[in-house]
Write a protein of this length. Structure first.
Length: 106
């Protein structure tokens, strides 16, 4: 990864298309419960970043494909890093819902 790669914005829309094409993938919203209730990507589940360790009690298979997002991308990056440290092998940080152009579920 080059120096300028760290400034590239993640493409949540493209990553979401990948998630939809992978059987058994989990779309994980790591925002707060109230943020999630205000509007989220359809079929996503909510585990706030401060509770990310609880993913282990719900998803035992460490090869499960996870696609993680938050509001701007900071919390999703943190959650993905923690999940990788927990041994999850297939975690994609999609970035922030602020850049999402699809349907919102409430």
């Amino acid at each position: 990864m080059g120096f300028f790669d760290m400034f590239k914005l993640k493409d949540i829309n493209g990553e979401l298309e990948k998630a939809k094409s992978i059987n058994g993938s989990i779309i994980l919203d790591v925002r707060t419960i109230s943020e999630y209730k205000d509007g989220h990507i359809p079929n996503s589940i909510n585990i706030p970043v401060e509770n990310i360790e609880s993913v282990a009690s719900k998803y035992k298979d460490k090869s499960t494909p996870f696609f993680v997002y938050c509001l701007s991308g900071a919390r999703s990056a943190s959650a993905a890093r923690v999940m990788n440290q927990m041994g999850y092998e297939n975690v994609t940080d999609m970035g922030g819902i602020m850049r999402y152009r699809g349907e919102i579920e409430r």
